[in-house]
Structures are given as C-alpha cells and as structure tokens.
Design a protein around this ligand. Structure first.
Ligand code: BG6
Length: 519
C-alpha cells in the first residue's frame, strides 16, 4: 500500500467558447474505494480504467479515492500499476494519457489483489485492504464493487462479499454499492436466480445494473428532446405516429468473443437490454419528476404494456439471421460459422428483428420494429419515428412521391437529431422532395460526448440510479423475449447463413418490415 502524500487537484476552466455555455462539470463524487472484479479482463483495460482516469482528470472523482484490482492473474501492486499505465497509454484518448503529477497520484492509489473468486479468505483480505484505504487514503468507508468478470462468477462474488462482512447491511459507516455488468442472467430463470442472490446481500438502492447504452449522451437526450420541448410531445402518439424503428447495427463480427456469443445470440446480447431500454425511453409517459425512480417507474410501465408473444406468434413477429462470408468495406470477411470458438454448425442468430406493440392509450396500434445484428453494412444505432402520411395531397407534380415526415434520433456513430420533411424544389414547377433539418452534438455544443462508462461510473459513485436498469424492468424484458428464445432454440433455421457479411440483414427481416431504413 502506497503512503499518502499531498493530493493533486484537477479543475478544468471554461475556455471561452460560447458553444460550451451550459456545459457543466459533474459534482465531485464522494471519497471511495472502487473494487474492480475481473481487473485483468478486456472491459477493464479498454473501458473502465480509462473512464476512471478521465473522471480523475476532469475533476469529477474525489481526490480521496482508491482503485483495487481483483482478479486471478498474477500481479503485485507495483506491476499492476505498470499494467494500468500501459493500458492507458494504449486505450485512453490522446489528451488523457497517464503522465505527470496527476498520474503519480492516481498510481499510488491503485492496488491489486491476486485472488480467487471462490475463496472466502481472499474476501477477508479484501476487507482488510479496504479498511487500510479508509485509514491511509481517506476513502471514508465508501465502497463500490464493480463486477466485470464472466457472469458465471457473479453469484459467488456476491455471496462472498456478504460472507466476508463487507455487504451494505452490516457495513454501517459510509455506503456500499455494487455495479453488475450485463448480461443480467441468460434467460428469465437464471436472471431470477441471480436476482435472489443479489437481494440476499444488497438492497435495490445499492444495485447498479449497467447498460452502457443508457450512458450514451444521445440516449440521455431522448428525454430532453421529448420533455424539454413543446413541439414533439403533442404528436408523439398513435394519432400522428405510423411506426417506430429502432436499430442497433454493427459492422464488427464476434471478434474474440465467439465462445460467449455462440451461447447468447443477438436477441439476448442486444435486444433484451440495450434496444429494450431505447424503446422504453422513446415510448414512456412523462415522469412525475426527474427522480431516478419516477423515470424508472415510467420505463417499467412501457415494458409491462408489451404483451410477450405466444410461441405461435413468434414466426410472424420476428426474423432471425446469421451472417455468411461477404465483404466489409471492400475487404473479404469470413462467415459466422468460421469464426473462432463458434460451432461450425451453429444455429445462433447474429441478427434479430422483432415487432412489438405497446398496448397503451398512447401507442395502441403503432408497431415498434426493433433490429440488431453483427456484420451489417455499417455501424449505426438510431431511433426513427415515422409520422403518418398527409391526409390530402395538394402539392407536388403527379410523379412526385410525398414521403412521410421522419424524426431520427442518431445515437452513433453520428450523434444528433434529424427531421425529414417535404419542401418545394426551386423552379417554376411545383415539384416536392425531401429535405433535412439536422442537429449534431459536435457542432451544436463544440465538445465530444463523454464515453458512456465515464458517465455511468461517475453516477454510481454519486449514488444516482437513473441510468441503471431496475430489476423489474430487467425481468419484464426477459419475459418479453423468452418465448422468442424458446422457439429459436428449439427450431433450427435451415436457411442459415442467410445474409452476407456487409449486407442489410436477412430477407425475412425485410418481409417483417419492408420499410427499414437502409444501413
Ligand atoms: C455489448 C454487446 O453489450 O454491446 C456487444 O455485448 C456489442 O456484442 C456492444 O458489440 C455494442 O456496443 P456499442 O456501444 O459499440 O454499440
């Protein structure tokens, strides 16, 4: 354990760019120890560590913090600090590389425990380490446990945290919180079993189920767009909306995660969590306040208004696909079944599309189309709200098509909002064609959005659960997808592979909904 020395304070100043007016630095977090279980893994080095360091650099993280890496790999405190430095050198953005007095102060607050996940003695040693942090680094008895291990070890970690006496119910000084990475269970039953384990150790207000999509700035803006403007809300309902389509498309394949993905598939990996959360935000009623539970109550109500399909319905309300060989950006790409750690006869879907209905006063009769897939033509996540056609045609030459208005919330890679509407083409004739109003975060605010993990880790330390998924919503999302999973798991799709890498997805998706926006 490094000895305490003078702390380094970081305090960025406003740089005079008026586009940045209204941008605030988050309030400084409480002092705390953050324990990363699975600290030698990929997520830690690529996302979590750079996020914590960024919070330190931008002054959001309290000066009195400690980072404890907990994993099976063999590091000492010293070699783990060196490892962290190398990972930041590789994965942190160019202006957030580890250097100078800030890095030296950060480094001395890092320690490592080379430990087993199923050995209670290791957790007792962890408790001792956390007590030392309180005494030597001023972490004020506050603890954030971050589970970024494979999900199979979540239950034993949670049980042992409780057994070692570091759970929130016995720990009375300060707070104890737990962040659980997705997937929260692999189906309805396993999610319920995991929840029972969680409940035995933690109250819901201490549990932060992470869905990194909720930390993306444009996703947070969905509520601002709807509830901080007057023009959208009056038309945000069945009277004006024809359909809603939500897309989370990737160009990447399964990379090195074939082992995990072949047991998961697109419906579990993306639709049950990220895409359902988007649906809930776009369809929810205005919450009574901006309080975390007021918002999460409304999100849950949306999911409760979606009837899970019957097994008989599944064929007509869903489409699945698996990529075969093809090409991405002009370069040949192998098919899914040839990927590392994937069964060469795999029946796992790498593309899923579903049609859902929110049976509420606001949304009765409006279809919500959701799709997600890997190895598609381009990476794009967006929500497109298509409005009803005009009731009576007055303008345009007879050959012109008058397109419906579409509002697109662009989540990535572009971040912003686009509205498509019809305008007269300049000239003597009254031709009509579509034009766009475009808002872009980068040019609108003059900053890049912070990475999702930075926001979410900061919120967990501050105790703000708004952007974390509550258990009732997780359970409901599993209830909705379970009948589809059941049918897909028990019926082989003999058309697989049914779309080429780099394509638009399977034809069955186009049959489900011919009006998907092109990828
Ligand atoms: C993860 C999935 O939750 O989200 C991955 O497990 C997927 O399979 C990733 O690639 C996509 O995240 P993003 O932020 O790149 O859209």
């Amino acid at each position: 354990m490094a000895k305490a020395s003078a702390t380094v304070t970081v305090n960025p100043q406003h740089d005079g760019n008026t586009l940045r007016d209204g941008l605030h630095r988050d309030r400084v977090t409480d002092p705390c120890s953050i324990v990363f279980f699975g600290a030698s893994g990929d997520l830690f080095k690529r996302m979590l560590l750079p996020a914590v360091y960024a919070l330190r650099l931008n002054g959001t993280l309290s000066n009195d913090f400690a980072l404890v890496g907990y994993s099976r790999s063999n590091y000492t405190d010293e070699s783990f600090r060196e490892y962290c430095k190398q990972q930041l050198d590789e994965f942190a953005p160019a202006d957030q590389k580890p250097k100078g007095a800030i890095w030296d102060d950060f480094a001395r607050r890092i320690s490592y425990m080379s430990a087993d996940f199923d050995d209670v003695k290791c957790y007792e040693a962890l408790k001792k380490r956390l007590d030392e942090n309180d005494a030597q680094l001023g972490t004020a008895h506050n603890r954030l446990f971050y589970l970024s291990t494979p999900p199979s070890v979540f239950p034993e970690i949670i049980k042992h945290i409780k057994a070692a006496g570091i759970d929130p119910r016995t720990h009375v000084k300060g707070w104890t919180r737990i962040v659980v990475e997705k997937p929260f269970g692999t189906d309805l039953l396993s999610a319920r079993a995991l929840q029972q384990t969680v409940e035995r150790a933690f109250d819901e207000r201490s549990v932060y189920r992470i869905d990194h999509y909720l930390g993306k700035e444009p996703v947070q803006d969905i509520m601002a767009l709807r509830f901080a403007n007057t023009i959208f809300e009056p038309v945000w309902n069945r009277n004006y909306v024809q359909s809603v389509q939500i897309t989370a498309a990737e160009q990447l394949g399964v990379e090195l995660r074939g082992g995990y993905y072949d047991n998961a598939g697109a419906l579990r990996d993306m639709i049950q969590n990220h895409v359902m959360n988007l649906l809930a935000l776009v369809a929810m009623e205005p919450p009574a306040s901006s309080d975390a539970d007021a918002i999460r109550n409304e999100k849950f109500k949306v999911l409760s208004a979606i009837a899970p399909p019957t097994h008989e319905d599944v064929a007509s309300m869903s489409a699945r696909g698996q990529y075969g060989p093809g090409s991405i950006d002009g370069k040949p790409a192998i098919g899914y079944r040839a990927e590392q750690d994937v069964d060469p006869a795999s029946n796992t879907e790498t593309f899923a599309a579903v049609r859902l209905h929110v049976d509420s006063w606001r949304w009765a009769g409006v279809p919500f189309y959701l799709r997600s897939g890997k190895r598609l033509a381009r990476k794009v996540s967006e929500i497109a709200v298509t409005f009803k056609p005009i009731p009576h045609r007055l303008y345009g030459e007879s050959t012109d098509t008058i397109e419906p208005n579409v509002l697109v919330i662009k989540i990535q890679p572009e971040e912003g909002v686009t509205m498509r509407f019809e305008a007269k083409v300049p000239g003597p004739k009254s031709h009509i064609r579509s034009v766009f109003m475009d808002f872009n975060y980068g040019s609108g605010f003059g900053v890049q959005s912070p990475p999702a993990y930075e926001r979410l880790i900061g919120d967990a330390i501050r105790g703000d659960q708004t952007l974390f998924t509550r258990w009732d919503a997780v359970e409901r999302a599993w209830e909705i997808v379970t009948p589809i999973l059941d049918v897909w798991e028990h019926t082989k799709d003999f058309t697989f592979p049914n779309y080429p890498a780099g394509g638009q997805g399977p034809e069955s998706a186009a049959k489900l909904f011919p009006e998907w926006r092109a990828l």
